[in-house]
Design a protein around this ligand. Structure first.
Ligand code: SIN
Ligand code: CO
Length: 416
């Protein structure tokens, strides 16, 4: 389904402060690069990345045996009723495609007995620890590329029509059955005048019926059509792929905000040689030339690019609001508590790093040797009590972590 957060409306409603009841789930570590895993049909992540990633589709039977839908149908419908959640309802009644945006109260949804409708909720990992845990299984791909987990519920015959996406996706069947048909066709012309992207011509080349636990990986631009056979739920683990245009615009904005990359950022435009004119509306050629040389003086380094990417890619989605603790522990009590029960990143926190900086939720923090432990926190999304104790003497570390705790970016305690 062609919707990824690069398309998120900038004005998305602000998030609520609490999540639906969910049983925290212990984080499931992704398989290590050279260990064969059922998740990838007994390939190692390294083999999968070499042979399939961005290259060709792969059907994996029983990628997650005995998988359970992370949310029940009722919990899912409740989620779609929340203001800040991005929900869409797609119906295909009497051969007509229609799209509506949520929130949807339960009585605004068609009956589950009615055929051919589907409800999609984007970014479910932000609202529920079980879904976040499912997304974490795919962290053999860098976090910088990982986007979100979308869940779709479909009544019998429901789907979003034949289409293509511009990003990689793993389509994991978690409840009921869905028939997927795919094609590497070159003709990606869309039907005009529809509220959603539906291909004008679709000629399936391969077809499979997916059952709970089965998964289909699709690289960008493979045409696909998934139709529910009986009611079903599908989790779609999607990746982000910003366009060159978006990256360029955002990078230039980042440079301008920093204000230190232009050769002489405060140099004023001057034109002592400007002659009097009889065509005042004409843009002076000398002006264009002069501005050209100012722009040619804009310089950036590899660190500017890393710093842009780290802050840009760790920026939370527009709808995200963190939940700071209502009665935060002071620093001493925080340290004593974390030394007993460890800490974990909030499920909404993005923490990336490179050789010189950490990027947490869109902010850049330089680090010194003492902060090396942050690598572990970033890679595992938690620090055990034992590990925390080893750093609790370093007040620069504990002060930073306490700040993050007060902001709701990390929580005390490992997941159950
Ligand atoms: C997709 O085609 O990308 C997912 C659509 C769905 O889950 O219905
Ligand atoms: Co799709």
């Amino acid at each position: 389904m062609p919707k990824r957060p690069t398309d998120h409306p900038a004005d998305a409603a602000s998030a609520r402060n609490s999540s639906p009841a969910s049983t925290p789930a212990r984080p499931i570590l992704p398989p290590s690069p050279d260990t064969p895993t059922p998740l990838l049909g007994n390939l190692t992540p390294s083999q999968f990345m070499r042979r399939y990633w961005q290259k060709k589709p792969l059907l994996i039977r029983q990628a997650i045996p005995n998988v359970e839908a992370p949310l029940s149908r009722e919990e899912f419908f409740e989620l779609a009723d929340q203001d800040e959640v991005e929900a869409r309802l797609i119906t295909h009644f009497r051969n007509k495609w229609q799209l509506e945006h949520g929130p949807f109260a339960p009585d605004e949804l068609p009956s589950v007995k009615q055929r051919a409708w589907t409800l999609l909720v984007q970014g479910v990992d932000l609202y529920d620890d079980r879904t976040r845990a499912l997304l974490d299984r795919f962290r053999f791909v860098p976090d910088a590329r990982l986007d979100d987990l979308m869940i779709s519920y479909a009544s019998d015959g429901g789907g979003v029509g034949p289409h293509f996406d511009s990003y990689d996706v793993f389509l994991l069947q978690v409840k009921g059955k869905r028939r997927w048909r795919i094609s590497a066709q070159k003709d990606l012309t869309l039907q005009p005048g529809l509220p959603l992207k539906v291909l004008q011509h679709f000629e399936a080349e391969e077809e499979w019926l997916l059952e709970p636990g089965d998964m289909l990986y699709l690289p960008p631009h493979i045409a696909h059509d998934g139709v529910a056979e009986g009611e079903c739920m599908t989790c779609s683990i999607g990746f982000r792929a910003p366009s060159a245009g978006e990256l360029t615009a955002q990078f230039l904005y980042h440079l301008a905000e920093r204000g230190d990359s232009a050769a002489r950022p405060d140099a004023l435009y001057r034109d002592p040689q400007q002659p009097a004119v009889d065509r005042p509306a004409e843009l002076p050629a000398a002006l264009i030339e002069r501005v050209g040389s100012i722009l040619a003086g804009v310089k950036w380094s590899e660190q500017d690019i890393a710093s842009f990417l780290g802050t840009y890619l760790s920026e939370p989605k527009p709808s995200v609001v963190f939940d700071p603790p209502q009665r935060p522990l002071n620093e001493a009590r925080f340290i004593s508590q974390a030394s007993k029960s460890g800490i974990r990143l909030d499920r909404k926190t993005n923490l990336l790093y490179n050789r010189r900086f950490f990027f947490v939720n869109g902010e850049e923090t330089p680090f010194n040797g003492a902060k090396k432990w942050l690598f572990d926190l970033a890679d595992h999304r938690c620090l055990s009590a034992k590990r925390f104790v080893t750093l609790s003497d370093d007040s620069s570390v504990t002060a930073l972590l306490h700040e993050w705790y007060c902001a709701g970016w990390i929580q005390v305690g490992e997941l159950a």
